[in-house]
Design a protein around this ligand. Structure first.
Ligand SMILES: Cc1ncc(COP(=O)(O)O)c(C=O)c1O
Length: 410
């Protein structure tokens, strides 16, 4: 099987050639990734030559609008959905906020929703607030030891048929376990509920095939997937036209405008096409001369990324699991998790992250807005966790550098 050409991958990211970053290994990717050259190139071009109001008849405007359309069309094709099922908003937190307003208006009287305590606050707090207007909020809880979210525990929450929405993460930003999204979405659908999946912590490890997952809404943040600071929403047609329009009244018949009341950031939306360029560049490099649909190219690249990540993750997990001065949160097998590895220490995490910086390790300590998961796991908020997160562009030598630094600092 083809394996990831790391030199090629890293050549696509200007950060790896940036003098001020030399010698530093980046382990806070779950906070925000490096940006690929394709995105930076498009952003620069937009600001240089297309930064006018788009969709007007003059050339600069026409090009700007066309590039924004291209971004939606190419990302949608990559993820297996229709072009108008992709929309851009300022951030995932802002996007869930808008979606929650739509649900607030739509939820029939006597309905319930399911939320988890595995989610980042962005995909749980806004939903829980629906209780203020009479919706029953049911919490699907993690195992307090492992952080695992068990689908068997969801079934009784759905049993009475009152649930209209299940909001859950593809992967938590501290537990790291990859949830069986297709199985959960099928359960929800069979019970008459829509699903809202937070893919923010998963998408950096490979863009999703949304129809295969079966979610009604899939959210992620482009600034963590090698792109600009945008939130991306896949909203399937059925739910998109079931929920009430949140945008200007005259935009209500256009699916990709219905849940983005803010005016779009034209340059950043356009630059998102660079993420598709990047996936295509990886495909062309690793599968020369082959042709495939955008979704098939994306899936092939996803699998390449994941294989590389898994190879790097297992030795790190083994090293961490062998220590008795820390609690490794989430699965110990690389197969079932993203390389977003949270550690509860015997002391506050932030000073440890600070000490790691002296060894050229960029990592973070705190709660990462995963306040509910950490509470569910019994981790004191004042201590937080040390989070080590990486992606497919990470090199084996950086893992070695991390382990050596941890050995000295812990
Ligand atoms: C899992 C997860 N969901 C949602 C968010 C919120 O994303 P945004 O910053 O785009 O609002 C984050 C951000 O860290 C996250 O890690």
């Amino acid at each position: 099987m083809t394996s990831l050409d790391l030199d090629f991958v890293r050549s696509q990211f200007p950060a790896f050639a940036e003098p001020s970053l030399q010698g530093q290994a980046f382990f806070e990717n779950a906070g925000g990734s490096y940006t690929c050259a394709q995105v930076i190139g498009r952003l620069t071009r937009f600001y240089h030559s297309r930064k006018v109001q788009p969709y007007a008849p003059y050339e600069a405007s026409r090009l700007g609008g066309a590039e924004m359309d291209e971004a939606r069309a190419r990302l949608a094709a990559m993820m297996g959905v229709d072009t108008d099922e992709v929309s851009f908003g300022p951030s995932t937190s802002q996007n869930t906020y808008v979606l929650a307003q739509a649900f607030r208006q739509w939820l029939p009287e006597g309905s319930a929703i399911v939320v988890t305590n595995q989610d980042h606050e962005a995909n749980t707090g806004v939903w829980r607030r629906l209780s203020e207007t009479g919706t029953e909020v049911r919490e699907w809880r993690i195992d307090p030891v492992t952080g695992h979210l068990d689908p068997a525990a969801l079934a009784p929450l759905l049993a009475d048929g009152k649930v209209r929405l299940v909001a859950f993460p593809h992967c938590s930003n501290v537990v790291g376990e990859i949830n069986p999204v297709a199985e959960i979405c099928a359960m929800a659908r069979a019970a008459g509920a829509f699903t809202c999946v937070d893919g923010v912590s998963y998408a950096p490890h490979g863009f999703p095939d949304v129809p295969a997952l079966g979610s009604d809404i899939y959210l992620f943040s482009a600034y963590k997937t090698y792109g600009p600071h945008q939130g991306i929403m896949v909203i399937r047609r059925e739910i998109g036209f079931t929920l009430p329009n949140q945008a200007h009244v005259f935009n209500g018949d256009v699916l990709y405008k219905r849940f983005t009341p803010a005016g779009p950031d034209h340059a950043q939306v356009a630059a998102c096409a660079g993420m598709a360029d990047y996936v295509d560049a990886l495909y062309a490099h690793h599968f020369p001369g082959q042709t495939a649909s955008p979704l098939a190219r994306n899936t092939a690249v996803h699998d390449l990324m994941r294989a590389h990540e898994r190879q790097l993750t297992q030795p790190l997990l083994d090293w961490l699991a062998a220590r008795n001065d820390l609690r490794l949160i989430g699965p110990r097998k690389a197969e079932g998790r993203a390389p977003t590895i949270a550690l509860a220490l015997d002391r506050p995490a932030l000073p440890v992250a600070t000490a790691l910086a002296d060894h050229g390790i960029m990592a973070g300590g705190g709660n990462f807005y995963a306040v509910r998961p950490l509470a569910g796991l019994g981790v004191p908020d004042a201590d937080g966790v040390l989070r080590l997160s990486f992606v497919h562009y990470t090199a084996p030598a950086e893992i070695d550098q991390l382990i050596a630094a941890l050995e000295r600092v812990l």
